[in-house]
Ligand binder design. Structure first.
Ligand code: HEM
Length: 291
């Protein structure tokens, strides 16, 4: 009944907010793509938008992609890659502050491998396996994408004796895979060392068991770039700062629930790390971080 639409309806207004936000986001992307098109140079790929313009706009495509797909592709990648990576970093900062002993070990390692005269780079990754182990354990322990995007079976299917009829909505419960006591020792304990072998190398068999990018044909296409992004942010933040909880603050692991699980608002202190001589000579600069 159309007259019912005059009554306040929280679902309706939520949906309207969602569509308005999407329109604003798409407008933002459209402007960025236009700016990139105006200054595009096929010899120089400045970022992901340039790469996509180069492949879709400027190439002779016989794959059905047209200029109109460029904005959609850029917005898919930014939409899928921003909130996920920033949520991972929120958890990493919280867990670093909660485990000062681990943070000290990470600082010692990064100072040994990178030193104080330059910033960490991707080339250091193989020597900083404890950082990657910390990232994998953050992904497993928090399982901040607890269930995947819903998909639908296109035909009847039987998996390990379980029959799933056509047109059934299917999710992967990533949280449960990451906390399965048959697969993980003490799954509720945060322990990055579970991913390192006796020589301190990442154990690929164990890291492959972390389920955060989903599985199958529609699994995340950005998983490699996400791991590099998180590694670089994490390594540079660690190299430059020490993160500490504030007095008597236990830093809750409770989260707010959405497509991703986010930590509740927390306050920590970031202390800028100088080089060794500076650290003893000058007082540590303290800067509270508010979220
Ligand atoms: C830690 C960071 C990330 C996590 C945990 C994550 C996780 C996921 C998950 C669970 C899915 C759903 C897969 C499914 O439908 O079953 C997905 C899809 C997707 N992700 Fe990521 N993602 C991350 C970062 C990124 C980044 C950085 C990009 C792009 C640069 C990206 C691009 C995509 C795209 C395009 C899809 C849709 C794939 C499709 O529908 O076929 N993701 N991601």
């Amino acid at each position: 009944m159309p007259w019912l639409q005059s009554f306040p309806n929280p679902v309706h207004s939520m949906f309207k907010n969602f569509t308005d936000l999407n329109k604003e986001f798409f407008g933002f992307i459209q402007n960025k793509v236009d700016e990139h098109r105006e200054t595009f140079d096929p010899e120089v790929t400045r970022d992901m938008s340039d790469a996509i313009i180069g492949v879709i706009d400027k190439a002779d495509n016989d794959n059905g992609l047209t200029k109109g797909h460029t904005e959609g592709t850029v917005s898919d990648l930014i939409g899928a890659g921003l909130d996920t990576v920033s949520t991972a970093l929120h958890w990493i900062l919280l867990l670093l502050s909660k485990h000062p002993d681990m943070q000290t070990k990470l600082h010692e390692l990064i100072d040994k491998v990178v030193g104080r005269d330059r910033l960490p780079s991707v080339e250091d990754r193989n020597s900083l396996t404890y950082l990657d182990a910390f990232i994998y354990e953050t992904m497993r322990f928090t399982s901040f994408v607890p269930i995947t995007i819903p998909h639908c079976t296109t035909s009847d299917v039987t998996i390990e004796g379980l029959h799933i009829p056509k047109d059934t909505v299917v999710f992967v419960n990533q949280w449960s895979i990451n906390h399965d006591p048959l697969k993980w020792k003490d799954p509720h304990i945060f322990d990055p060392l579970r991913f390192l072998d006796k020589k301190g190398c990442l154990d690929k068999d164990i890291t492959n068991n972390v389920m955060i990018f989903s599985a199958g044909k529609r699994r995340c296409i950005g998983n490699q770039i996400a791991k590099v992004e998180i590694f670089m942010f994490f390594a540079i933040l660690l190299h430059q700062s020490r993160f500490e909880k504030r007095d008597n603050d236990d830093l809750s692991l409770n989260c707010s629930y959405g497509l991703t699980l986010k930590p509740l608002n927390y306050k920590i202190t970031a202390k800028v790390r100088g080089n060794k001589t500076c650290e003893t000579a000058c007082p540590v600069k303290e800067k509270p971080i508010y979220k």
